[in-house]
Ligand binder design. Structure first.
Ligand SMILES: Cc1cc2nc3c(=O)[nH]c(=O)nc-3n(C[C@H](O)[C@H](O)[C@H](O)COP(=O)(O)OP(=O)(O)OC[C@H]3O[C@@H](n4cnc5c(N)ncnc54)[C@H](O)[C@@H]3O)c2cc1C
Length: 389
């Protein structure tokens, strides 16, 4: 692969990144709506909130913490398949890139479907991230006795780092993935979308929020919005004057925000209430997996599958997030509008600023210059948000 090709590919992946996927509105048949608040609070029509837009206060001295995580990225897409090793049935469910939170219930449902011809009994799940927990819960619902074996607890998983926008983005490379994979991806997205809607509310940390995609270039279209428009509501292409943002092209939609720490804690607790057991174990190689007492084993090890099952296609995509104190008045998400991957998601207990997407970067430390860039891009954006009401 030439350097140029490699670079353009990296750029393309960035463009797919949690942050910068943008919809082609013409292909969605989207309409535009005029400004003018219905309740007099805001001069912009908002589909969801009845409040005026409030800009988050962004500066380096307000940083609470900076974290890093590695998305488990495979250009051909995530793996759901059953393999037989020495009389053990291993069902893989890993490699969901930047969309694993969104896809969790759907991909895990596909994994559990792979076991329908097996006698229901004891099952092992390796991994306590979002895939391991949702697989375990769906198995319990189907009558299995489940033990989760994991190197690290859920709160130390990549899943706990995920930003949590319901948008199955940066999951695969469109030039590489097969039609069969794309069908699997769409199926999993639809199941997951449906499952999450049943969990909306404070208990699981899932809520619907307005999302604004910002760009100064015509928007090329995020794959998920282009291909699955029915999963997104209130999709509107806004003209200048119809939104408060300083970008030329603004697309509005409504989707869910999943707060991973809250969600994982709650699903983990559901797992224990349903009789599940969790065992700390670091599997050094496949022989340790095959030595498990269970004959049906689900591999939900995320990036760990690269070493454990020798998956050479798997690559880390490093992402960095910066957290600021919460602001309950900020009630919308933004994606884009910066010099690189840029996003702002307001959670209950903090404001999350992103981001980055560095393919092949295994380093575990936050980088000061990335933090500065995330702060600078988001600050510059929100300093120019119109606060007229
Ligand atoms: C910065 C960032 C932002 C993101 N934003 C979003 C977003 O907005 N929306 C979205 O949908 N997704 C997002 N993602 C992607 C999402 O977080 C991941 O796709 C998802 O968390 C992967 O889940 P997982 O359960 O497969 O892996 P993990 O969470 O990594 O869990 C793997 C589990 O396996 C265990 N394990 C691994 N190897 C072994 C071993 N050898 N032995 C024993 N146990 C093992 C680990 O300890 C862990 O418990 C983001 C990710 C990052 C990093």
């Amino acid at each position: 692969m030439t350097e140029d090709h490699d670079l353009s590919k990296r750029r393309m992946l960035r463009a797919l990144g949690a942050a910068s996927a943008l919809p082609v509105l013409a292909s969605l048949g989207a309409c535009t709506s005029g400004g003018g608040g219905a309740n007099g609070l805001s001069s912009y029509a908002r589909p969801f909130s009845r409040q005026p837009f409030v800009a988050p206060r962004i500066s380096e001295d307000r940083i609470l913490r900076v974290i890093v995580g590695h998305r488990p990225f495979r250009p051909s897409g995530f793996v759901v398949k059953r393999e037989t090793y020495d009389k053990k049935e291993i069902i893989h469910n890993y490699g969901h890139g930047g969309g694993g939170i969104s896809l969790s219930w759907g991909s895990s449902a596909l994994a559990v479907q792979q076991a329908t011809s097996l006698p229901v009994g004891d099952a092992a799940v390796i991994g306590a991230g979002i895939m391991g927990l949702t697989t375990a819960r769906l198995l319990q619902d189907a009558g299995w006795n489940v033990t989760i074996y994991t190197r690290a607890p859920s709160r130390h998983s990549v899943s706990n780092v995920g930003a949590g926008q319901w948008a199955p983005t940066s999951v695969f490379d469109e030039d590489v993935a097969s039609d069969a994979f794309v069908a699997q991806y769409k199926y999993a997205s639809r199941i997951a979308h449906h499952a999450y809607q049943n969990l909306v509310g404070a208990d699981y940390g899932v809520s619907f929020k307005e999302n604004y995609y910002l760009s100064d270039e015509p928007q090329e279209g995020g794959y998920y919005l282009r291909e699955m428009p029915e999963l997104f509501t209130s999709v509107v292409n806004l003209e200048p004057g119809q939104h408060p943002f300083p970008s030329r092209y603004v697309t509005q939609t409504v989707t869910m925000l999943v707060e991973p720490a809250m969600f994982l804690r709650r699903v983990r607790s559901d797992f224990f209430v349903a009789g599940g057991k969790m065992v700390a174990r670091d599997f050094k190689d496949i022989s340790m997996v095959l030595a498990l007492p269970e004959t049906t084993i689900f591999n939900c090890t995320g990036l760990g599958a690269k070493a454990l099952f020798g998956d050479d296609e798997m690559q880390p995509a490093k992402g960095q997030l910066v957290f600021l104190p919460p602001d309950p008045a900020v009630d919308y998400l933004t994606v884009g509008g910066g010099s690189d991957v840029t996003y702002m998601f307001p959670r209950k207990g903090e404001i999350l600023l992103g981001g980055s997407f560095e393919l092949g970067d295994w380093s575990r430390e936050p980088e000061a210059e990335v933090t500065q860039r995330i702060i600078a891009d988001n600050r510059s954006l929100f300093e120019r948000v119109s606060t007229r009401v």
